[in-house]
Design a protein around this ligand. Structure first.
Ligand SMILES: [Zn+2]
Length: 263
């Protein structure tokens, strides 16, 4: 069985609901997917220590998805003596280090003489996966990951993440869209192959028909056929009042710390 718990359901600017992040549990695996700064507190509020986290998957490099990683890395290394696995494509992990984490983590020790530069591998065990194919992250646990390239920001590498204990069985498979613009093909795939579809949702249009939006807007989702809408749970929303998603044919807005399980 896979259990998914939301460590945050808010947008990048949410003050109420943490930034969007999930914890995926299967067998001995506890995998955090994304770690914005507020997620650090949310993990603690959920009753977990960083030491409990075995894997961290990074969907893309926006701060609301990686802003807490530097703190987590330091806490794990120096206080907890814990080195979780960090999972994504090789190119994304390289950029994560070179453009986001290296500035604060490359030199960390009070040394006399030559300072030793640290690498991402000194804090995390790096696990590179191939996008667009199923990948097993543990020989002991059946869970597999499939990183779908997402259409979020032009030129930026980003992923929606599907995970399953058996990709041939819908009741054992979940999709977390990460940050993405509307992707009808992905939604049709999810309707046919996933028990739970957890979809990002911006509450406003950016330009006419969300032309300038980098997320999927609620208004765009409202135009989807009913058989797609009735599969969708929504997250990544701002602090303004929420529309009545259930009345509009969706499963609803996901609440902070809400959990989902496969059959
Ligand atoms: Zn983003």
């Amino acid at each position: 069985m896979i259990k998914v718990s939301f460590m945050g359901v808010g947008s990048a600017f949410s003050r109420k609901n943490s930034t969007s992040s999930i914890l995926v549990e299967s067998g001995s695996i506890k995998m955090l997917v994304d770690c914005g700064t507020p997620v650090i507190k949310s993990i603690q509020d959920f009753g977990l220590s960083f030491k409990d986290i075995t894997h961290i998957f990074v969907t893309h490099l926006h701060a609301d998805h990686i802003g807490g990683l530097e703190f987590l890395a330091l806490e794990c290394r120096f206080h907890l003596k814990h080195r979780p696995k960090i999972v994504s494509t090789a190119s994304l992990l390289k950029r994560l280090w070179n453009f986001s984490l290296k500035g604060g983590l490359e030199y960390v020790e009070a040394t006399f003489g030559d300072a030793t530069p640290q690498t991402l591998n000194d804090y995390f065990e790096c696990v590179s996966i191939q996008a667009e194919e199923w990948f097993r992250i543990s020989t002991e646990d059946p869970i597999q990951l499939f990183a779908h390239a997402s259409d979020h920001v032009l030129g930026m590498e980003s992923y929606s993440l599907e995970f399953s204990e058996d990709p041939h069985i819908k009741e054992k498979t979940i999709l977390f869209t990460g940050d993405t613009r509307l992707d009808p093909k992905l939604l049709e795939h999810a309707r046919d192959n996933c028990q739970h579809v957890l979809h990002d949702c911006q509450l406003f249009d950016s330009g006419e028909n969300n032309k300038f939006g980098v997320h999927t807007s609620y208004q765009q989702l409202l135009k989807l056929p009913p058989e797609i809408r009735q599969c969708l749970w929504l997250y990544h929303y701002g602090d303004t009042p929420l529309p009545d998603a259930k009345n509009d044919g969706f499963l609803g807005f996901i609440e902070h710390h809400q959990s989902f399980t496969t059959s």
